[in-house]
Each structure stands twice: as structure tokens, then as C-alpha cells.
Design a protein around this ligand. Structure first.
Ligand code: ATP
Length: 350
């Protein structure tokens, strides 16, 4: 299913939750909507589902207008499946019944699935690894198993679009990592488009084909995970997605001279977005900066905080009157003097 949003706005009373959202989603694409709390992610998802109507603008699915200021096709008439943060399972139904329910009730369930209901239920349960638990009730399941039931229920009627709203946020850290793999595999197996709402950068970067970064009801940047991570176009994206330091200084074409370094230090940055160049900033991720002995040259800084992380250390470094976050495997102590450099290579894809 292809989806187009054109100048979609949503207001609640005097509050504007979405402003002029333009977005195209390709058939089978996995799109993550990433942004902080309150930026309008869930409103956007509810609009794709048909629970909310745009105040203005238009949404098309496969070319057909499904929502506009004066029209709305309701959720049950769209070929969508939904998975929510809190799994919302029905306490009186076993797993098999959960998966059977949408097959029987969705108006758009394909006839081939309706006619082979038992086979479809078995197929979907196998896909999420729950075949052996088909008779269990929700209260007899772990959190991860419940979330798998919610996914199985959402894909049972073969939706063309799967909407997921923070589906992993109520699971523990290890389970979240494993469920990422399962969601990727469900996406591969079903081929349906996925719109996945999250405030977790790692989830968006690891699973999505494309990420839509939102702030205050607007789209800040749309791009592949690599583009969003390596080539942020705004301060917000640089800080929210890759925790970049915004180093102040002076641009001379593609060369950057950090403030306080005279011209003895120059960083190359032909790929740094125009916004930063015109504002005298260089976005640099904590893992891009390197620490070394002071005699190495570079900016002289001082360690203001150290956190041991196992594989490496997280440092706060004060250099040239600015505080930078740096990740380095080299151990330093509080107040040590260090040289801070950025390796003289262009930003590039890993
Ligand atoms: P979170 O990650 O916290 O769920 P979100 O990005 O999903 O946040 P939304 O739930 O889309 O944000 O809400 C966007 C804004 O719109 C919020 O400020 C919210 O308070 C407001 N909002 C959402 N629904 C309504 C409503 N029905 N009535 C009034 N305001 C609403």
C-alpha cells in the first residue's frame, strides 16, 4: 500500500498538534516516526488508522482519499493492523481466539484467509513463535509473549499497513533488543508497510528503512537511518538522534576552525549541512572526537567528568570555553589535561 499525506494539520481546540505534514510512504516500506514526547507522533499514527480526522489536508492510501477535512474512512474499512504500547489483550480470550478475531471481524479480510482460517492462525502463530501456546490465556503469558500475541493479532488479517505505537516500551531492555529482530522478521515475511512510532533513537535507527524526525508537530528531517545519523540538517536532529556536540567556531568554505584554537586546528566538513555552516557550528558526535596527550596538538581540554561504561568511557571535556561529550576507550582521570582532535577525515558512511 502506498500512502500520501499532504499538508495534514490537526488542532485540538486552540492547540496545534500537527502542522503541514507532507509524507510519502512506499509499498512495503518500514518508516519510523521519531521524536520526543508530545511532538505529535501518536496523533499522526491515529490519523493513519482512521481514529482521528485531519483538521485540514488529505491522506491517500493507494491513491484513494481516506481522510480529509470533510471525509473519513473508518478504521475497520482500512486494511490496517495496530500494535500498541500496552498490548491491550482481551482477558477472556485465549491466544488462538485473539488471532482469529480480526480474521472474522475485519471487513477487508481477503477471502482466501477467511476460507482457510485455521491454517492462517497456525501460520501467524508460527511466525511469532507461539504455536505451542495457542490455548493459553493472556494472564498465563510473559510480557514478551503478550507482545507477540498483539503482533500476531495485528497481522492475522494480512493488513497492507501495520501501525505500531511504542510497541516495545513496556518490555525490559534485553527483551526489547530481541523483539526488534522479531519485528524486522515479521516485516520481511509479511511485506506490509510499517509505520512505527518511537522516542527511542536506537529502535528507529536499527529497524527503519526511513526515519521521520518530528518536533512540535512538524517534520524536522526525513531520511535513511544513515542520513539522519551522519548528516543531520538541524540542531534538533543532531542532538536528539546522535547526541552531537555543537562546537562553535568559524567556517572557511569547507574548513572549520573551532573557537579558541587560533587557526592551528582545522576540521574538514564538506558534508556538514548548510544550516550549521551559516550559524558557525560543527555537529560532532561523541564518538568522532579523539582524546590524546596534550603534546599531540589539537585543542587542549580538561576532563570535567568521567563515567566508566564497560567498553569505553564517557567524558565531559571542557575545551575552548565549551563543554563537549566524548566517548573514548582511553582511561583518563578527573581534571587531566588532554588534547581533543577530530580525525581529519570526511564524515562518511560506516
Ligand atoms: P508521547 O510520546 O508522549 O505519546 P506523542 O508525540 O505521541 O507523545 P501526541 O500524543 O501525538 O504526542 O500528542 C501531541 C500533542 O497533542 C500533545 O501535546 C497532546 O497533549 C495533544 N493532544 C493529543 N490528543 C489530544 C486530544 N484528544 N485533545 C487535546 N490535546 C491532545
Amino acid at each position: 500500500m502506498t500512502i500520501q499525506l499532504r499538508e495534514v494539520c490537526k488542532t485540538f481546540g486552540s492547540y496545534t498538534a500537527l502542522r503541514n505534514v507532507d509524507l510519502d510512504i512506499a509499498d512495503g516500506e518500514f518508516v519510523a516516526i521519531l521524536g520526543p514526547s508530545g511532538c505529535g507522533k501518536t496523533t499522526l499514527l491515529r490519523m493513519l488508522a482512521g481514529f482521528e480526522q485531519p483538521t485540514s489536508g488529505e491522506i491517500r492510501m493507494d491513491g484513494e482519499v481516506v481522510a480529509g477535512a470533510s471525509s473519513l474512512i473508518p478504521p475497520e474499512k482500512r486494511r490496517i493492523g495496530m500494535v500498541f504500547q500496552h498490548f491491550a489483550l482481551w482477558p477472556h480470550m485465549n491466544i488462538h481466539e485473539h488471532v482469529r478475531f480480526p480474521i472474522r471481524t475485519h471487513k477487508k479480510t481477503p477471502k482466501a484467509i477467511r476460507d482457510n482460517e485455521a491454517a492462517r492462525i497456525e501460520q501467524v502463530l508460527a511466525l511469532v513463535g507461539l504455536s505451542h501456546l495457542a490455548k493459553r490465556m493472556p494472564h498465563e503469558l510473559s510480557g514478551g509473549q503478550k507482545q507477540r500475541v498483539a503482533i500476531a493479532r495485528a497481522i492475522a488479517a494480512e493488513p497492507s499497513l501495520l501501525l505500531m505505537d511504542e510497541p516495545l516500551s513496556s518490555l525490559d531492555a534485553l527483551l526489547r533488543m530481541n523483539m526488534r529482530r522479531e519485528i524486522q522478521s515479521v516485516h520481511r515475511e509479511t511485506g506490509s508497510a510499517v509505520v512505527y512510532v518511537t522516542h527511542d533513537q536506537g529502535e528507529a535507527l536499527s529497524m527503519a528503512d526511513r526515519i521521520v524526525v518530528m518536533k512540535e508537530g512538524r517534520i524536522e528531517q526525513i531520511g535513511s537511518p544513515q542520513d539522519i545519523y551522519l548528516k543531520p540538517e538541524t540542531e534538533f536532529v543532531a542532538q536528539f538522534v546522535s547526541k552531537a556536540n555543537l562546537v562553535r567556531g568559524h567556517w572557511d568554505n569547507d574548513m572549520f576552525i573551532p573557537e579558541g584554537s587560533g587557526s592551528s586546528v582545522q576540521w574538514r566538513g564538506s558534508e556538514v549541512a548548510g544550516y550549521f555552516k551559516s550559524n558557525g557550528l560543527y555537529p560532532v558526535r561523541p564518538d568522532q572526537l579523539e582524546l590524546g596527550p596534550v603534546q599531540d596538538g589539537g585543542l587542549v581540554g580538561q576532563v570535567a567528568n568521567v563515567q566508566f561504561q564497560g567498553k569505553e568511557f564517557n567524558y565531559d571535556i571542557i575545551a575552548a570555553g565549551q563543554q563537549w561529550e566524548v566517548i573514548s576507550p582511553v582511561p583518563y582521570k578527573l581534571n587531566d589535561k588532554v588534547s581533543v582532535t577530530i580525525p581529519q577525515r570526511e564524515l562518511q558512511y560506516a
